[in-house]
Design a protein. Structure first.
Length: 290
């Protein structure tokens, strides 16, 4: 299956402009016989959480964009999938679920059905300040292969990748929010995760520009493998980075010992709970002394 990562230059909060640009590139992808397209974080408005420090403005943005799934943004994605006649992985979107807000990625079929849903587990300090909650567990989607789904800060967590490896995912597909600096570190992180788990990582970044066309932040779009480190990378914005899954997933690279990982993760969880209880006790004792 031919997979395409769309490295888009998104105009912040400009849905119509961004959707038309995506439609154009998806038509090009369809002409190349692409069967799965990956769209950037918070498409179609663009993720500016790490670009701006105005918390009040960002809180307003979160409140205004969060919606139930399905909703307006979901409808946009459904239409893109149906018009393009291909699977689409998009997100995360801001999902309003009862009193909580999640950053949720969706997997859509060519018929416009939501066949997969993942709520980002690892939330940043900025996410928490903006009232965003973390999901419960990693997930994978089964298409021609078994693909693990991650988004943004999940890449910083070796545990998320290890769990997906235990699920026997054959590749991991993720999106990354735009950043104002330190973009190159994302490639190093993905290379490490790829080598640790013996599987390729397909990371879809984005470029954000303001109304005047000034670039405010970006993140790279690239593919890593255990053998080739950076296997492919998008050199320019508004381009399509394609890869054939059969070529990418060739069973090379050292797979992690799953039995060992299961034991390690179990130990980590126990130690984490123990440490959390000890910290709570220390905090309680300190309050009592005060």
């Amino acid at each position: 299956m031919l997979i395409a990562l769309l490295h888009l230059k998104l105009k912040e909060l400009s849905r119509k402009h961004n959707v038309e640009k995506a439609k154009k590139l998806m038509k090009m992808a369809r002409d190349r016989n692409v069967k799965l397209v990956v769209l950037p974080s918070l498409f179609p408005v663009g993720n500016t959480f790490e670009i701006y420090s105005n918390e009040k403005k960002l809180r307003s943005m979160v409140k205004n964009l969060a919606e139930k799934i399905p909703g307006n943004n979901t409808d946009i994605l459904i239409n893109l999938a149906m018009e393009g006649e291909m699977h689409v992985i998009a997100g995360p979107l801001l999902e309003q679920a009862g009193p909580k807000i999640f950053l949720t990625s969706l997997v859509l079929s060519p018929q416009g059905e939501i066949i997969g849903k993942y709520r980002k587990v690892i939330v940043s300090d900025k996410d928490i300040k903006l009232g965003i909650s973390g999901g419960k567990e990693p997930v994978y989607t089964l298409l021609d292969k078994r693909y693990g789904i991650i988004s943004e800060d999940d890449l910083y967590s070796p545990e998320i990748s290890r769990i997906l490896s235990i699920f026997e995912t054959q590749a991991v597909i993720g999106t990354m929010k735009a950043m104002s600096n330190n973009q190159e570190i994302l490639k190093h992180l993905a290379i490490v995760r790829s080598i640790e788990n013996g599987i390729p990582y397909l990371i879809n970044g984005e470029v954000i520009e303001d109304e005047e066309g000034e670039i405010k932040g970006s993140s790279p779009t690239f593919i890593t493998t255990p053998d080739n480190m950076i296997y492919k990378e998008a050199e320019e914005s508004d381009t399509i980075l394609t890869v054939e899954s059969e070529v990418l997933i060739n069973n090379k690279g050292k797979r992690t010992n799953m039995a060992m990982l299961d034991s390690v993760i179990g130990g980590l969880c126990k130690n984490y709970k123990k440490q959390k209880m000890e910290n709570s006790k220390k905090s309680f004792d300190a309050d009592e002394e005060d």
